[in-house]
Structures are given as structure tokens and as C-alpha cells.
Design a binder for this molecule. Structure first.
Ligand code: 13P
Length: 256
């Protein structure tokens, strides 16, 4: 069954103590999740162990721990980097790959992201794969081709089985991230349906129907219900609104 997911991407925010308190508050007040629903906390590397401890004290196995990046090598002389096995060792199940901030600020190419995807697939970790176009591409109406190319070059070499078992897509139009400008529900649905159709062509209709496609970009307590009501929008990858319980909880509730 296709999962409905709300993932919080904390980016480089919150102290460890603040992060643990936030998770505690959210878990205490969260509605109980149904079998196909998941909540993921994607914290900075330094916070993962403490948040893992907090999650371990909770019986809700549908609340998961995610990292925001991972190196594409198993081990070795890569100063400052973190491997997939190091993440797994502390209970991380999900990793965000290809966030636009990493693509733009750290020059991560589709080819480089492909190699991270391969490493994570080999480690059997869940990949939250981000795609999305910059404003100038949207203004020139080139968004479909742009996103198709991102998926083609980093994901579509995977087998149907690996794609199905380990990939969640997050469509995050760059012009909507942290700007307060959200894609309209029509724009989100249109792109999500386009992505699902691409997956159907590449793999099969049944694979496409099982893949979760999340929306990200100024998703908040006010607009989440409307966005998630779209047929092809299976939840959200949330930035700013994931940093406070009072703004993140209504987004989780919007899954219902
Ligand atoms: P905002 O929700 O702050 O726009 O960020 C979205 C995002 O980049 C999540 O990965």
C-alpha cells in the first residue's frame, strides 16, 4: 500500500536539547498513525543519537529517524563525511538525497547523487529523493523536462524492486522553499501526476501506484490539508514548519 508520509527536515537548526524536546512534544500530542502512515524526523548528524534514544523510548514504530545527507563511499579517507553504515548503527532508516540546497550550495550533480543512491540502496536504507526546478525554469515552462532529467540521471537505473522498496520522491520546487510561496494545489498535483506517469513508463503502473510522492516548499499548518487532498500528493517534506510542535502537528494531522 502506498504510504502517506510527513517528514520534517530540520536543516541546520535547533540545539540537541531543543530537538529532543521537540520530538518529545510531537510524539506526546500526535494522533495515532494508521498502518500506512509515517512520520520522519530528519535531524542534523549531531542530533541523531539523542533523537534515536528518545524514539526508542516510544513504541510507535511508524516514527522514523532520518539524516539529511550521506557519503557515497563505504569508508575511507573522506574527512568530514558520514557513511551509511555509521547512520544505520545509530538507528537511522531514512536519508534525504538531492535536496536543492545540496545541489545548489554544494554542487551535487545528478551523477554524484546517483552514486549516493546506489550506496544507500546497497545498505537497504530508505531514500527521500528530492527533485524540483528553479524559478527561471518554471517561468520558461521547462519544469517537466527538468524534473524528468533529474529522475532519469539519478534514479531510473535502479531495478523495479529496488525502486519500489527504497525510494520516496519529494517534489520541492526551489522557488517555493523557504519563500512563503507555495505551489498551488493544481501545480503540485500536476507535477506529482507527471512524476507518477514517468515512473509508470519506466517501470510499471503497479510500481508507480505504490510510490509515495511528497510535496515540499512552504508547506504549513494552513495549506497542508489542501495539498495532501490531491490524488498524487502523499504527504510532505517540511522545513520551517517542522521546527515547532504547534506548526508540525497540524501537518501530521492533515495526513488523516
Ligand atoms: P520550507 O518548508 O521551509 O519551505 O522548506 C522545504 C524544504 O526544503 C524541506 O526539505
Amino acid at each position: 500500500m502506498r504510504k502517506k508520509i510527513v517528514a520534517g527536515n530540520w536543516k541546520m537548526n535547533l540545539s540537541i536539547a531543543e530537538g529532543v524536546q521537540l520530538v518529545k512534544n510531537i510524539i506526546n500530542e500526535m494522533p495515532s498513525l494508521q498502518g500506512h502512515q509515517e512520520v520522519v524526523f530528519c535531524t542534523p548528524f549531531t542530533h541523531l543519537s539523542s533523537v534515536a534514544n528518545e524514539l526508542n523510548q516510544n513504541v510507535n514504530i511508524q516514527v522514523k529517524l532520518g539524516a539529511q545527507n550521506c557519503n557515497d563511499h563505504a569508508s575511507g579517507a573522506y574527512t568530514g563525511e558520514i557513511s551509511s553504515s555509521m547512520l544505520q548503527e545509530i538507528g537511522v532508516s531514512h536519508v534525504i538525497i538531492g535536496h536543492s540546497e545540496r545541489r545548489q550550495l554544494f554542487h551535487e550533480s545528478n551523477a554524484f547523487l546517483k552514486s549516493k543512491v546506489d550506496t544507500l540502496v546497497a545498505s537497504k536504507m530508505q531514500i527521500l529523493f528530492c527533485c524540483g526546478e528553479p524559478l527561471e525554469i518554471r517561468e520558461a515552462n521547462g519544469q517537466n523536462e527538468y524534473v524528468a532529467n533529474q529522475l532519469q540521471e539519478s534514479l531510473f537505473h535502479l531495478s523495479a524492486q529496488d525502486f519500489l522498496n527504497q525510494i520516496t520522491i519529494a517534489y520541492e520546487p526551489i522557488w517555493a522553499i523557504g519563500t512563503g510561496v507555495t505551489a498551488s494545489t493544481a501545480q503540485a498535483q500536476e507535477m506529482h501526476a507527471f512524476i507518477r506517469n514517468l515512473i509508470s513508463q519506466q517501470y510499471s503502473e503497479s510500481v508507480a501506484s505504490e510510490i509515495s510522492i511528497l510535496y515540499g516548499g512552504s508547506c504549513n499548518a494552513q495549506n497542508a490539508s489542501e495539498l495532501f487532498a490531491n490524488e498524487d500528493v502523499d504527504g510532505g517534506l517540511i522545513g520551517g514548519a517542522a521546527l515547532k510542535a504547534e506548526t508540525f502537528l497540524p501537518i501530521i494531522k492533515a495526513l488523516h
